[in-house]
Ligand binder design. Structure first.
Ligand SMILES: Cc1ncc(COP(=O)(O)O)c(C=O)c1O
Length: 454
């Protein structure tokens, strides 16, 4: 951990009711001026002043432990000096330029290349985008361009963003030719989510059943879908419920992609950048992506995303997919700092070890608590799936009550999952031991409260 920099170790510190008076003032204005479609402000009703490490301070001086990290973006914590220094240095030089190289851009390209999965290193090209959704969209367009086929197989429970479609309003036919797709371009198949798998097959055969179905869809002209031009998959599902597939799933998917020469797109937007104890989650499985999407934590809090793809796919036309703000120099400077830190600090070993410890702690709570259905994850991507009863009825209301209870005790933790019934641990990777322990105490105490109230 970096010297002389830490979270507020006494957290949580609650000085007012929630929301406090200053938060209430700001929230009132936000409610009046900003869209009612916001979600997170409904879960955590506070206005924030600052973030320090794995803690955030609201405008009334309340200090929260942050297991939320702006939805898995602050992997190195808020205000990490390594990241802040890199951003400040770049800010003095230039904060925006489109595509023309800066030292920050070149440094990022080299650093990113040095971290890529085996087989991609020194053999890939990078197309910058801005958000995760933007990256996934460019990736799909690229897969379709390479395969000259239209349908993309994606998975139940997947989340790849909500960007898209606007290219259809852009008049220049050139852009519409490559980007944008119809709803029918996607066909969802079950993700190997063993806790709630829809088909009645033995647990050990789940990957096989999914991949054989994928193969059937591709191979059989009468399967009912248009020719398949790509497979888009999260190596560990994020919004779908922090679902770790069986070890054989991704290698089998790779085999099918190879067999039919269909690009395999690995979406690392949430699982990447050290979250699972390796820089890329796909590295756990020894699978080489044809195309990889990265975003969220890569910019250390500045919006950056990119599509990394095998170099023989670089036959695409000029202006294949583009945007003014792509490859922001501040984000790229931050990105190099983030990746170098992951490579050099030894933090990934800590994430692996602490992740196992955390799973055990949450797992121990499972005994004797029928609300906890399953604890799963890799590294600091841990899901705790809640049920309402012994019949696995999803514990949606329980998860929502638990999130609120923990918030009121000073811990920010969010949900995910098909039924919003999975609590997800996505704290910064360098969160101090004290804040892990205190968070666990709050979690345990709160889940007991929720259960006792039932
Ligand atoms: C796996 C994955 N892909 C894509 C996205 C979309 O990213 P963004 O919200 O930046 O568009 C997300 C967002 O949570 C994600 O988890």
């Amino acid at each position: 951990m970096i010297k002389n920099w830490s979270s507020i170790l006494e957290a949580p510190i609650l000085r007012t009711e929630l929301p406090g008076p200053k938060s209430r003032e700001l929230i009132e204005i936000q409610d009046k001026l900003e869209t009612a479609s916001r979600s997170y402000t409904k879960f955590f009703r506070i206005a924030l002043d600052k973030g320090i490490g794995s803690t955030v301070v609201d405008v009334d001086g309340n200090v929260f432990i942050d297991w939320f990290g702006g939805v898995s973006v602050m992997n190195l914590g808020h205000g990490n000096p390594v990241v802040i220094e890199a951003i400040k240095k770049q800010l003095d030089k230039m904060s925006h330029i489109t595509e023309i190289p800066t030292e920050a851009r070149i440094e990022f390209l080299k650093t990113l290349n040095s971290t890529l999965p085996n087989g991609m290193r020194n053999r890939s090209k990078v197309l910058f985008t801005v958000t995760g959704g933007d990256a996934c969209e460019a990736a799909v367009s690229l897969a379709k361009y390479q395969s000259k086929k239209n349908t993309i197989i994606s998975f139940s429970g997947s989340y790849h963003g909500v960007a898209g479609g606007i290219v259809n309003a852009t008049a220049n036919n050139h852009y519409r030719q490559y980007a944008g797709f119809e709803n029918s371009s996607f066909f969802h198949v079950p993700y190997p989510y063993s806790y709630r798998f829809p088909w009645k097959v033995p647990k050990d055969d789940i990957s096989k059943s999914v991949v054989e179905y994928v193969e059937y869809l591709i191979r059989d002209n009468y399967s009912g879908i248009s020719p398949v031009g790509g497979i888009l998959v999260e190596p560990i599902q994020g919004e779908g419920g922090y679902i770790v597939p069986p070890d054989d799933f991704l290698p089998m998917l790779r085999e099918v992609s190879d067999k039919f020469s269909i690009p395999l797109i690995i979406d690392e937007v949430q699982s990447g950048v050290g979250r699972t104890g390796k820089i890329w989650a796909i590295d756990h499985y020894g699978v080489k992506p044809d195309i990889m999407c990265i975003s969220k934590s890569i910019g250390g809090g500045i919006p950056v995303s990119a599509v990394v793809y095998r170099e023989d796919y670089d036959n695409i036309p000029q202006a294949f997919h583009l945007g003014t703000y792509r490859g922001n120099p501040l984000g790229l400077a931050a990105g190099s700092a983030v990746l170098n830190y992951l490579k050099e600090s030894g933090i990934l070993d800590r994430v692996k070890n602490k992740g196992e410890y955390l799973k055990k702690r949450f797992g121990d709570m499972e005994n004797g608590n029928e609300m906890i259905g399953e604890v799963r994850g890799k590294g600091f991507m841990i899901g705790i799936e809640l049920d309402s009863d012994k019949n696995k009825t999803p514990g949606t209301a329980e998860a929502s009550a638990l999130r609120d209870k923990m918030f009121r005790k000073g811990l920010l933790m969010h949900t995910c999952g098909h039924y919003s019934n999975v609590m997800r641990f996505m704290a910064p990777l360098n969160i101090e031991d004290q804040l892990i322990e205190r968070g666990i105490e709050i979690f345990e105490d709160s889940i007991r409260n929720v259960r006792d109230k039932k």
